[in-house]
Design a protein. Structure first.
Length: 454
């Protein structure tokens, strides 16, 4: 059997042209499984040919329209003929792109060599925005090499290589940066008011050789406001041209405006809430992440369980621990940092006596236990202003933990840039990927309905 695929084009002024695109043939007898339906190669060829026909007639029509002078309706002269290559998702197309002289009715003020190029105005990058967005989105999800390979496998948009994916992603990131700088706070409706919560955290990635340190910091975050889907942001502070506008834009998009309260939940690294505070130029409420406190208490409990397992003769101190650690969790959950600090101090005093009561074999494990208590005590002291009544917040259904932002670190930084990926990053390169990845995960990059499946 034989199928002929034809494309019928009708111009704006009614002319009809028919192009034969392809002929697919299959033998009637002796059909093999591979010959059922169209093959990937045939489909790619078909798409490329359809795209070539559509793009070249589209550009012809566009140039034709551009030749008409809007002022006197006269036809502009063609200055010279040249060809231009346009990269699209469905193939690279070479088109005629003549340069036009200015119309005779225009006063050129003595300049003779002025000409216009309709195509350059339409596609200054010589690539369709959709191709660039797709390359950027894939490059944010996979390595540049893998992204190029995926594109070339399924689409006729060759030649694809990792540097073209990287360059396009960088270009997209620069565009996002420009858009962030332009974002302005808008008044919010009464229903949109209330607390805006910023979950913020950091990740370390490997730096390129020659960078001043071996690792680079990537800051990632998620901004949540009631009634809106979360807005993520990712940046490498050393590679971002304007890290503050990056953070500020995320807040503005979630309805922040001067005077609206912002709560920052972080693990206690002071640079993180400071970044948000500087970005909006207003004080923020900083809350120490409950998840990080609770993990530290958990470690102390595990260390205590280890001491129990050694079957001490005198268990009195350990029985006191079990009660005391429960109380510690309770007082911290209610925001009483002073009591928590005191109760850790008591725990350390009691633990110090265990080797005397139960023998020297307890010395080393008790040292470990003491160290964990001392670390938590320091952590509480350093962050006492950020320890709040978690119980009340929890009761009010307000977030108390960055566990959601931890997911954000994995999503934005670790999955693409983690140390185990063996990739090394320049500050600018890391910044571009973090930024485009955050946009990709939010679905901000692709128009609605065509987002790539996660
Ligand atoms: Zn004119």
């Amino acid at each position: 059997m034989e199928w002929t695929i034809k494309l019928e084009a009708r111009t704006g002024w009614g002319e009809v042209h028919t192009h034969e695109i392809a002929v697919v043939t299959r033998r009637p007898v002796g059909l093999t499984a591979d010959e059922v339906g169209m093959s990937l190669g045939e489909a790619k060829g078909l798409l490329a040919e359809i795209q070539r026909c559509i793009v070249s007639s589209q550009i012809d029509e566009q140039v034709m329209c551009a030749r008409v002078c809007a002022d006197c309706m006269g036809l502009r002269e063609i200055r010279d003929h040249r060809t231009r290559t346009i990269q699209t998702l469905f193939g690279t197309v070479v088109v005629d792109a003549p340069r036009l002289k200015l119309c005779v009715c225009v006063d050129t003020k003595g300049f003779k060599d002025i000409s216009i190029s309709p195509l350059s105005e339409l596609l200054p990058d010589r690539c369709t925005p959709e191709l660039r967005r797709t390359q950027s989105e894939l490059g944010a999800r996979h390595s540049f090499r893998e992204a190029a390979r995926l594109l070339a496998t399924f689409l006729p948009c060759s030649p694809q290589n990792q540097s073209s994916v990287r360059n396009r992603l960088h270009r997209t990131s620069e565009e996002l940066e420009v858009a962030d700088c332009r974002s302005k706070a808008k008044p919010v409706s009464a229903s949109g008011a209330g607390e805006i919560v910023v979950f913020i955290d950091g990740a370390h990635i490997r730096a390129v050789p020659g960078h001043q340190s071996r690792h680079l910091d990537v800051t990632v975050g998620k901004v949540e406001a009631r009634g809106r889907p979360p807005r993520r942001f990712g940046l490498a502070p050393k590679g971002a041209e304007r890290p503050l506008s990056n953070v500020r834009a995320a807040l503005v998009e979630q309805g922040w405006q001067p005077g609206r309260p912002v709560t920052v939940i972080s693990d206690g690294e002071p640079a993180l809430p400071n970044l948000v505070q500087t970005a909006i130029n207003e004080p923020v409420i900083h809350i120490l992440d409950w998840f990080h406190i609770s993990m530290r208490i958990r470690h102390i409990e595990q260390s205590m369980a280890g001491l129990y397992a050694m079957k001490p003769a005198n268990t009195a101190p350990l029985d006191y621990f079990a009660w005391s650690i429960d109380r510690l969790r309770h007082v911290l959950w209610n925001g009483y940092h002073e009591e928590a600090w005191q109760s850790l101090w008591d725990l350390q005093n009691v633990a110090g006596g265990i080797p005397q009561l139960n023998g020297v074999r307890f010395e080393r494990p008790v040292q470990g236990f003491l160290r964990l208590c001392a670390e938590l005590r320091g952590y509480i002291r350093n962050n006492e202003d950020a320890i709040v009544c978690y119980h009340q917040r929890y009761h009010d259904k307000r977030p108390v933990s960055t566990s959601r932002a931890e997911g954000c670190v994995d999503e934005i930084a670790n999955a693409r840039m983690a140390k185990k990926q063996r990739m090394r990053w320049s500050p600018r390169g890391a910044h571009h990927v973090a930024q485009v990845r955050a946009a990709t995960l939010d679905g901000r990059l692709m128009p609605l309905g065509v987002q790539l499946a996660a």
